[in-house]
Ligand binder design. Structure first.
Ligand code: FEO
Ligand code: CA
Ligand code: CA
Ligand code: CA
Length: 553
């Protein structure tokens, strides 16, 4: 019958945890409902033609939902009860090709111009206005003028110190993995790779990608969207901010590289809570840092500033030291633009710690940060913060800034949890999860009640692959509640076949959670619940309690 999860006290949460699932559907606890809100191919721009089984032209696909839903954020609208309506900004990490192009006619290495446009239309960001309808279900307001697409074909302004190198504009935002938001109500979409799979036809610069891109979902701030180069160029996963009581602010970011570092950007100016427009260029001027985790549990934020910490002409990049000896290679940091375009190398030169693929970072109301290190099967040299060789299942670290301050340059840290399961892993990979075990934590979020939610993206492998028995042990990729104090894990939601679970946001009253189901491509979801015959599609789902109370209350 399941058990209640979580203790009483400040982190109280109660739900009947679900069993591991291999079903081709989204499973939620007893007493909860789950509904599909927004799937790849759905209409976005007013008047758009949705995908209903017939392939569309690039002009049409430019107006519909892209694929591989990932990070997202909910935004309030002036004059609208935020518990009953608002905007969702949703990342599309990659195309859902099955709804775009007949596979027989498509070779990703030699797309024709129309195919290239179609594929690039399916990444980027959707902004949709949503509302809680009279029947208790959420829906997209089809004719809202807020409904908009930002794609791999549209233009982005470039700002910050590397704009001189990149150029004033770039066509396309690509590989939009996870995301974040600012306290002034803009959306930050994170480009996860800098070397891209399809370079837009009219762009010659790879350095146009791998940035954080700022979008105003309300469309009020001029000159947006903007690629903010001051935040560095790497495999951006997500971004989260810490706001001080004096309105000083810092933004924290992971580099999902194998391995990659953890970063922090402190704007030179403080956040202005009284004048939205005054924050419009806050992300252009400031200092970028990378994290150095010392073995004794202390840490430093090392400034990535040209001329400091070895970032000079003729610097020696130590390379991937987690693989053992690597030949150093020379790299010139002649100007700050060189540091920002080659941020990964700058972090290595400056002595930052190479982590096992930092994915999401989150910070709770108690100012404790958590970061998922999803896995790194190639690690040969361990470090206290990355303590396992061949780290197949990943782990989570936590840290607090000195004095809880966003402008701190030191922190203290510990390993929070080692993922894995004793039944399939060698001893060093068994992990230490109490309760429902999982592999490869990725999405991560502490909600305003201080409750920690973990979403997984384990490698499902192919038939005969050693990864394949991960599903036998853990079930389909799922979302877990992990108690921040007892570390006890309880499965809250399980996805359909082949998917990863990623993306989480909610209404302010916590009664509606929005979760993304990405690439459910080993089954027929959601057509098997929507009663249509469409291919499997990534989608945003709505999770609510049937009795109308807050999720987990
Ligand atoms: Fe797009 Fe690192 O997940
Ligand atoms: Ca993904
Ligand atoms: Ca991810
Ligand atoms: Ca991942």
């Amino acid at each position: 019958a399941g058990i209640d999860a979580g203790p009483s006290g400040p982190y109280a949460v109660q739900f009947k945890k679900i069993a591991r699932s291999t079903a081709d559907t989204v499973v939620v606890p007893e007493g909860y409902s789950v509904d599909v809100l927004f799937a790849a191919g759905d209409a976005v721009v007013p008047g758009a033609t949705p995908f209903t089984g017939t392939f569309l032209t690039s002009g049409e696909t430019e107006k519909i939902a892209g694929g591989n839903h990932d990070g997202m954020a909910f935004f309030e609208l002036p004059g609208v009860d935020p518990n009953k309506g608002g905007l969702l900004a949703i990342n599309h990490e990659a195309p859902d090709l099955k709804i775009l192009i007949a596979s027989a006619s498509y070779d990703r290495n030699t797309p024709d111009l129309e195919q290239r446009k179609i594929v690039l239309s399916s990444v980027g960001v959707s902004v949709i206005e949503i509302e809680l309808k009279a029947d208790g279900k959420w829906g997209v307001k089809a004719n809202s003028t807020y409904n908009k697409r930002y794609t791999g074909n549209t233009e982005y302004r470039v700002s910050g110190p590397a704009a001189s190198t990149v150029g004033p504009k770039v066509v396309g935002t690509l590989n939009n993995c996870s995301s974040g938001r600012t306290p002034w109500g803009t959306y930050l979409t994170c480009e996860e790779t800098s070397e891209n799979y399809l370079i837009p036809a009219d762009s010659t610069k790879n350095s146009g990608y791998g940035w954080v891109v700022e979008i105003d979902p309300r469309g009020e701030l001029a000159d947006l969207p903007v690629k903010r180069t001051a935040l560095g160029r790497f495999d951006h996963e997500n971004i989260v901010y810490l706001l001080g009581s004096d309105n000083s602010i810092a933004f924290y970011m992971g580099d999902d590289g194998t391995p990659g570092c953890i970063y922090k950007f402190i704007p030179s100016a403080k956040f202005d809570p009284n004048n939205r427009a005054a924050n419009a260029n806050l992300l252009d001027l400031g200092t970028l840092y990378a994290a150095k985790f010392n073995p004794d549990g202390t840490g430093q934020w090392v400034a990535l500033v040209q001329g400091q910490n070895g970032l000079v002409t003729g610097a020696m990049d130590p390379g991937n030291e987690t693989q053992g000896e690597q030949p150093d290679t020379k790299i010139d940091f002649n100007a700050q633009a060189d540091v920002l375009v080659n941020t990964k190398a700058a972090a290595r030169v400056a002595g930052a710690t190479l982590m096992d693929r930092p994915e999401w970072i989150t910070v709770g109301p108690d100012k404790t940060f958590y970061c998922t290190l999803t896995n790194n099967g190639g690690r040969k040299v361990v470090h206290k913060a990355n303590p396992r060789v061949q780290n197949l299942h990943g782990h989570i670290v936590k840290w607090t800034e000195a004095s809880g301050s966003p402008t701190a340059t030191t922190f203290s840290w510990e390993v929070f949890l080692l993922a894995g399961d004793p039944s399939i892993a060698k001893e060093n990979l068994a992990g230490n999860i109490d309760g429902d075990t999982f592999s490869s934590p990725d999405g991560l979020y502490v909600d305003p009640q201080g409750r920690l939610w973990v979403q997984t993206d384990m490698n499902l492998g192919a038939s005969g692959d050693p990864f394949r028995n991960m599903v036998d042990v853990f079930g389909n990729n799922s979302m877990y509640y992990v108690d921040p104090v007892t570390k006890k894990s309880s499965r809250f939601l399980a996805g359909p076949k082949g998917c990863e679970i990623t993306g989480i946001t909610h209404t302010p009253d916590l009664k509606t959670f929005f979760i993304n189901i990405q690439h459910p491509d080993q089954g027929a979801w959601p057509s098997n619940v929507q009663d249509n015959k469409l291919p499997p599609r990534s989608a945003t789902v709505v999770v609510r309690r049937i009795d109308g109370k807050p999720v987990g209350a």
